[in-house]
Ligand binder design. Structure first.
Ligand code: FAD
Ligand code: SF4
Length: 483
C-alpha cells in the first residue's frame, strides 16, 4: 500500500475526519443510487451490464456517509473480513489505488464480489445505519468502484520454489487459490474441464450482471504472474490423480464446484422443453445460443416458468426475457421475504416484466401429443413454522391446485456437488451430501496431498465463500509443503 495511506483507526485519520465533516452531516447524505440501463432497453440485450457503476463524485460522496464507527461491524459481516473502513476512507480521500490495494489484501476478486455478493445479508446488514433505520453504506457499489477505477499494484514476483501444485477447476475457489500460491513462489497449473476459464462466473452468471471482461481481467493478472491454465481437461478422466502425481505435482486443490443440477422428481420433468437452469444458462452464456453467429440450439420459450427463488432462478428468468419470452413467471414455494436471491436481482427481474408466483409449487407438468410441455399444475402454499433453514416452511393448501399454460420450464431448485472427482478417487472421503470431507481449519481431505474448497465442499454457496476457501487452502497447503 502507498506509504501515505492513513490507517483507518489512527488518530491522524480521526483528526482529518473531524476537520472535514461532522457525523451529523454524514448521516444526512442520502445513499447513492446505482445508475442503471432502462428496463425496456436492457431486455433487448444479453451483453450490456445493467448496473453502470458509480462516477467518482458519487463514490466519494457515498464514502463520506461512512460514520467512522470505532468498532466497525460491517467487517464482521464480510465472510473474509475485508478492511471495509480502510478501503472506504481511501475512496473518500480519492486515493482509489490505495482503496483497491486495501481490498486486494483480503479479496482476490473485488470487481466480482462488489457486483455479486449478497451484501444485504453480509457486510451491509451490519452497517450502523440499519440501527438508525437508514440505508446502509453502499459497500458493494464502492468495492466495485474501486476495483473498476484503479489499477491494482502488480505484486513482486516471488522467488520460485520449484514445487508444482495443481488445481482442478477454475471458478472463484480455484482462481483465488492459484493467485495465493503463485505469489508464494509455487508453480501453479489450473486444469479446467470446460473450454473457458472462470467456472460459474462465466457459464452461470450472465454478462448483463457480470461482464466476462471483468473476469478475464482477473484471469489475465494470474497469467501474468505465471499461473498456467489448461482448458478442456477433466481431472478424473483426461488426467487421473495418479497422472498428476506422476507429472510431479506435489499437491492438488480440488475446486470442481457444484455443477450437478437438481430436479424435483415430479411427473412430467422429462418432457421436452423442461430443462435445468444449469443447462439453459450454459447454452446461452458459454455457448452463445443467443447469438445468430453460433449454431448452439436452445428453445426460445414464449411462456416460460422458472422454478426456484435463488440467484440462479433470477439469472434464468431475466435471460428468458432477453431471449424473447413474452411472459416469464418465477414460481417459488415460499413468500418473497424468504427468497434467497439478492434483493437487487429480484428488483431488476420485476422491472424487466418478470411475474412472481410466490407461495406456489409445481406438482406436475403436462405435455401435448408431441411430448412438449404445455402446462404446469401448481399447488398453492401457505407459510407454516420455521424449518431447519430458519425460514418459515411452505405448507400445501389442501385442494388448491391451479393449471397454468407454459411452453418452457427452467428448473432452478439447487445444485449438488460435481461427483466426478470423488468417484474417480475412491480413497477420497465424502459426506452424506456428496461433498468432499475436509478438515475445517486446513481444508485438507482424507488424502494428505489433496485439499478441497468452494462448492465441492459447501454445496451451492457463494463466490466470496469459495474465494475465502481458496485462500485458506493455499495457506495450509503452502505450510504443509514447506514445513
Ligand atoms: P465453480 O464456480 O462451480 O467452478 C468449478 C469449476 O470446476 C467449473 O468451471 C467446472 O467446469 C470445473 N470442473 C468441474 N469438475 C472438474 C474436473 N473434474 N476437472 C476439471 N475441472 C472441473 N454466488 C454469489 O455470491 N452471488 C451471486 O449472485 C451468485 N449467482 C449465481 C448464479 C448462478 C447462475 C449460479 C449457478 C451460481 C451463483 N452463485 C452466486 C454461486 C457461486 O457462483 C458459486 O458458489 C461459486 O461459483 C462456487 O465457486 P467454485 O470455485 O467452488 O465452483
Ligand atoms: Fe461485502 Fe462481499 Fe465485499 Fe465482503 S467481499 S465487503 S461481503 S461485498
Amino acid at each position: 500500500m502507498n506509504q501515505d495511506t492513513i490507517s483507518p483507526r489512527s488518530a491522524q485519520w480521526r483528526e482529518e475526519l473531524r476537520r472535514s465533516i461532522t457525523a451529523k452531516q454524514r448521516g444526512e447524505i442520502a445513499r447513492v443510487a446505482m445508475p442503471e440501463l432502462p428496463a425496456d432497453f436492457r431486455v433487448t440485450t444479453l451483453s450490456e451490464e445493467v448496473n453502470m457503476g458509480l462516477s467518482s463524485e458519487q463514490a466519494v460522496l457515498e464514502a463520506r456517509r461512512c460514520l467512522d464507527c470505532p468498532d466497525p461491524q460491517c467487517v464482521t459481516g464480510c465472510p473474509v473480513g475485508i478492511n471495509i473502513p480502510g478501503f472506504i476512507k481511501n475512496i473518500e480521500r480519492q486515493n482509489f489505488t490505495d482503496a483497491l490495494a486495501v481490498l486486494k489484501e483480503t479479496s482476490a476478486l473485488p470487481a466480482v464480489c462488489g457486483r455479486v455478493c449478497p451484501q444485504e445479508k453480509q457486510c451491509e446488514s451490519k452497517c450502523i445505519y440499519n440501527k438508525m433505520k437508514k440505508p446502509a453504506v453502499a459497500i458493494g457499489y464502492l468495492e466495485r468502484f474501486a476495483a473498476d477505477n484503479a489499477d491494482a499494484p502488480v505484486p513482486a514476483k516471488a522467488p520460485r520454489l520449484g514445487i508444482k501444485v495443481a488445481v482442478a477447476g477454475s471458478g472463484p475457489a480455484g482462481l483465488s487459490f492459484a493467485g495465493d500460491m503463485i505469489k508464494r513462489g509455487f508453480d501453479v497449473t489450473v486444469f479446467e474441464a470446460l473450454h473457458e476459464i472462470g467456472g460459474v462466473l462465466k457459464y452461470g452468471i450472465p454478462e448483463f450482471r457480470l461482464p466476462n471482461s471483468v473476469v478475464e481481467k482477473e484471469i489475465d493478472a494470474l497469467r501474468d504472474l505465471g499461473v498456467e491454465f489448461h482448458k478442456n481437461t477433466i481431472i478424473g478422466k483426461t488426467l487421473s490423480y495418479d497422472d498428476l502425481i506422476a507429472e510431479g505435482f506435489k499437491a492438488i486443490f480440488v475446486a470442481s464446484g457444484a455443477g450437478l443440477p437438481r430436479f424435483m422428481g415430479i411427473p412430467g420433468e422429462n418432457y421436452i422443453n423442461v430443462v435445468s437452469s444449469n443447462e439453459y444458462l450454459t447454452r446461452v452464456n458459454l455457448m452463445h445460443a443467443g447469438s445468430d453467429e453460433y449454431a448452439t440450439p436452445v428453445h426460445r420459450g414464449k411462456r416460460v416458468a422458472v422454478i426456484g427463488g435463488g440467484n440462479t432462478a433470477m439469472d434464468s428468468c431475466r435471460t428468458a426475457r432477453r431471449m424473447g419470452a413474452d411472459k416469464v413467471m418465477v414460481v417459488y414455494r415460499r413468500s418473497e421475504a424468504e427468497m434467497p436471491a439478492r434483493i437487487e436481482e429480484v428488483k431488476h427481474a420485476r422491472e424487466e416484466g418478470v411475474e412472481f408466483l410466490t407461495l406456489h409449487n409445481p406438482v406436475e407438468y403436462l405435455a401435448d401429443e408431441r411430448g412438449h410441455v404445455r402446462a404446469m399444475r401448481l399447488q398453492r402454499m401457505e407459510l407454516g413454522e420455521p424449518d431447519a433453514s430458519g425460514r418459515r416452511s411452505p405448507v400445501p393448501v389442501e385442494g388448491a391446485i391451479e393449471e397454468v399454460e407454459v411452453d418452457m420450464v427452467i428448473v432452478s431448485v439447487g445444485v449438488s456437488p460435481n461427483p466426478l472427482i470423488p468417484s474417480a478417487i475412491p480413497d477420497l472421503e465424502t459426506t452424506r451430501r456428496g461433498t468432499v470431507a475436509v478438515n475445517d481449519e486446513t481444508l485438507r481431505s482424507s488424502i494428505p496431498t489433496i485439499y478441497a474448497g468452494g462448492d465441492i465442499v459447501r454445496g451451492g454457496a457463494t463466490v466470496i465463500l469459495a474465494m475465502g476457501d481458496g485462500r485458506k487452502a493455499a495457506a495450509a497447503m503452502a505450510k504443509a509443503l514447506l514445513d
